[in-house]
Design a protein around this ligand. Structure first.
Ligand code: 13P
Ligand code: SF4
Length: 300
């Protein structure tokens, strides 16, 4: 009986499929993926692939973004119910109301949002290019949705006027100053790197901040063998593979349960049955394309 990994490889060839996985997925998913990366890297890969089928191992907004960029391709989500909690913290209707209250503001939307919400944005961004996207808008006031922490980070890095939404990532928002101080006491002298979805007071304790992909290089640039990593623990695999001599310390509770729903068996099932296909309304696909495309044009 061939293994799950062998059956996945055979089906991938048969269906001309590519497997993309986010840095927070479990190690066994990362091992079978063709590419593992952050939201911007994954969006670029999905836009540039020759494959007919994209199997997206990530939360649902990631598969939707791939479909918006490549509407002619089949995008499969092995676990379609795996959703980002932050994406549901702002609806398209709420953005329309906020735009009416702030008519001069440019709407910058974090990619961690629904496809319908993206239709109301001027430009999307990821954690890796949020600052560059804000800078590209000149002096215009910015309405930043849905992540209040990332919006505050953009404001502090650019000096721009940013209207903040009250959304947040439950995983990153749950990391507090107390957790960071406890890790620092346990690993004195360790460098601290953080994801910009963390609270502002937590980011102030970090030596460097960046997207999950940027964290791989930040860990290398850190002058210490012990590195405190303020993000989801799925990052451990990438960091340990890239920097074998270093030791990485995470806040133990920082786990995104929906990312961990995706298992090799779900990937196999998606490839065997074609279930979990991302289907978006034609009007949504059309309206969301521009802001998402602009996002891919502005590197971090
Ligand atoms: P990155 O784009 O930095 O990988 O972040 C995605 C995400 O969901 C972080 O919580
Ligand atoms: Fe969403 Fe947070 Fe999970 Fe990232 S870690 S997918 S922002 S809930």
């Amino acid at each position: 009986m061939p293994s799950t990994a062998d059956r996945i490889s055979a089906l991938k060839r048969e269906r001309n499929a590519v497997i993309l996985a986010h840095n927070y997925t479990s190690a066994d998913i990362q091992e079978l993926a063709d590419y593992v990366g952050d939201s911007l890297g994954l969006s670029m890969k999905s836009a540039g692939t020759d494959a007919d089928v994209i199997v997206f191992c990530g939360v649902s907004f990631m598969g939707e973004t791939a479909k918006i960029l490549s509407p002619g391709k089949t995008v499969l989500l092995p676990e379609p119910e795996a959703r980002c909690a932050m994406a549901s913290m702002c609806t398209a209707e709420q953005i329309r109301l906020a735009k009416a209250r702030n008519p001069g503001a440019a709407v910058v939307g974090y990619v961690n949002s629904t496809a319908e919400s993206k239709c109301e944005m001027d430009v999307c961004c990821t954690s890796s290019n949020a600052v560059a996207v804000a800078r590209s808008l000149g002096d215009r006031e910015i309405l930043f949705v849905p992540d209040g922490n990332l919006g505050a980070y953009v404001a502090s890095e650019t000096g721009r006027s940013v209207i903040l939404w009250d959304g947040f990532c439950p995983v990153h928002h749950s990391i507090t100053v107390r957790h960071v101080e406890a890790l620092k006491a346990k690993f004195p002298g360790a460098a601290v790197i953080a994801h910009p979805e963390c609270r502002p007071e937590v980011l102030r304790l970090a030596d460097a901040t960046g997207s999950t992909e940027r964290m791989v290089s930040l860990a290398g640039e850190a002058g210490t063998d012990d590195v405190i990593v303020l993000t989801e623990s799925g990052m451990r695999r990438r960091l340990e593979a890239a920097h074998p001599g270093k030791r990485f310390h995470f806040p133990e509770h920082a786990v995104c349960m929906t990312m961990k729903m995706i298992e090799p068996a779900s990937v196999l099932h998606a490839l065997e049955t074609g279930e979990g296909e991302v289907v978006l309304d034609a009007e949504v696909l059309k309206r969301a394309y521009e802001p998402v495309k602009r996002m891919t044009e502005l590197a971090g």
